[in-house]
Design a binder for this molecule. Structure first.
Ligand code: ADP
Length: 444
């Protein structure tokens, strides 16, 4: 400001001196006016430069440096511009980060305008609904997702609930289900969220099947039992008949007991942490116990009596007999026992069951249970470890099966770092291979 006043007075004074010196002292006052007019013209010229500098800065050029009052103003504007630019850059950065976060989200996000046209969508939604992130912008969502359920949902206008659709990539072999829900926001806009619910729906279907299966499995022996009880109550039976009925009743209650016990084992396996790697189980004790149980089963189970089977337990190499598994004794016994008992139950008289333990080169352990039974058709193999899945329901029941044995065995194998493999040829026999992870085998 000082500079401005100084130049103003200097211009007036200079005008005065010039006119008084060159023309006459009489016109000195005009000289002041002349000086002031020149100063004003100079100031307007500087203002024009300031204005054009500002215009240039709007176009992205840097502001020039300038002295005096206009220069101070330019500096102030420069500082304002710089802080505004920084704010814009920061909010652009935040916006980019925000969009990348939404891109990375496993939830699909589609922004719809008031006319239900796509404004923006992330890759997840595009993949699930078969949209093109760029090409489909401003397209009506109803024209792109053409499933009747979605069209009804969109037109009904009640968005309190979700609608489940087939994903764009869904097919008969690999059905994929997508849940879609709209959430109104702003002025008539809608946020559309999509998520993959295939696993959820599958788990729900499995839960429903499981409850239905358990109820069915328990109801059958219960019906038989209550029928016998009624008979015993109402009919005058002799001693032999009574004993026969009581025997059959005991059989049914044993079946229920076996079922409940397998269900408890399964739920314990699913709900507990993996077994301690500090507990040691010797393979020899495991196989000895399995052999004892299998022989007992052959004597106890009425259908298996007089069932001449050759039962052989052995080791691939002599040194394998000393193998020690780091895991839970009860779990391993139930897994190996299930395989051996199945082989005994399903192999007809005159057949052979061979059980062999091998320490593999890569450090894993492998229990092979081979039988010369009826074998299993290839289409059943992938489903055998599902709960309650049986190839021959009546054969399983006749020999006291619950349909849960292989599901338990598979769980135990996985909890010990291994797996359950099944190889079988119809008419020739089956081999069930239970592997134990190398980290669960004590180094020798
Ligand atoms: P189950 O109690 O019915 O034996 P599992 O889960 O142990 O239930 O076995 C599932 C089904 O697998 C059985 O019902 C049977 O059809 C088939 N299976 C299991 N082991 C054998 C085997 N060694 N030979 C032939 N079929 C078998």
């Amino acid at each position: 400001m000082l500079f401005r006043f100084a130049t103003f007075f200097i211009a007036g004074f200079a005008g005065l001196l010039i006119v008084a010196g060159l023309i006459s002292r009489e016109y000195a006052a005009w000289g002041i006016i002349f000086g002031v007019v020149v100063w004003l013209l100079w100031d307007v010229w500087r203002a024009r430069i300031f204005d054009s500098a500002l215009r240039a800065a709007q176009g992205g050029d840097a502001l020039p440096s300038y002295t005096g009052w206009w220069g101070n103003m330019l500096d102030r504007v420069r500082r304002m511009l710089r802080s505004k630019n920084e704010e814009v850059a920061a909010s652009e950065r935040r916006m980019t980060e925000f969009l990348s976060a939404i891109q990375a989200s496993p939830t699909g996000v589609v922004l719809l305008d008031a006319a239900q046209r796509i404004e923006w969508c992330n890759q997840t939604a595009a993949h699930q609904l078969g949209l093109d992130v760029q090409r489909d912008v401003l397209q009506h969502i109803g024209n792109l997702v053409r499933q009747p359920d979605f069209a009804n949902y969109l037109s009904a206008g009640n968005y309190d609930h979700e609608v489940v659709l087939a994903a764009a990539t869904s097919n008969a072999q690999r059905p994929i289900k997508i849940s879609v829900q709209l959430h109104p926001y702003g002025e008539g806009r809608r946020l559309m969220l999509t998520r993959d619910v295939t696993a959820l729906q599958l788990a729900e279907a499995q839960r429903r099947d499981f409850v239905a299966n358990v109820s069915h499995e328990i109801r059958t022996p219960l019906t038989v039992l209550s029928g016998f009880i009624e008979t015993l109550q109402n009919l005058p039976l002799d001693e032999a008949q009574r004993n026969r009925y009581l025997g059959l009743m005991a059989q049914q209650s044993q079946r229920m007991q076996a079922l409940v016990s397998d269900l408890l084992t399964l739920s314990r396996l699913e709900g507990s942490p993996v077994p301690n790697a500090t507990d040691k189980v010797t393979v020899k004790s495991l196989l000895d116990q399995c052999e004892q149980d299998a022989r007992a089963l052959m004597h106890m189970e009425p259908k298996l009596q007089n069932h001449a089977l050759r039962l052989h337990f052995g080791y691939a190499q002599e040194s394998d007999e000393a193998s020690v598994i780091l895991g839970a004794q009860t779990e391993l016994l139930s897994a190996a026992g299930n395989l051996v008992n199945n082989a005994v139950r399903y192999t007809p008289a005159g057949g052979k069951v061979d059980v062999q333990w091998t320490l593999l080169q890569d450090g894993r352990g492998e229990l092979r249970v081979m039988d010369t039974g009826p074998g299993i058709a290839p289409e059943h193999l992938p489903r055998l470890t599902e709960r309650f899945y049986r190839v021959d329901r009546s054969r399983s029941r006749e020999t006291g099966g619950t349909g849960l044995g292989l599901a338990i065995t598979k769980h135990v194998a996985q909890r010990h770092g291994g797996e359950l493999r099944i190889e079988s040829v119809v008419g020739q026999g089956s081999t069930f291979i239970l592997t134990i992870g190398a980290n669960r085998i004590q180094p020798q």
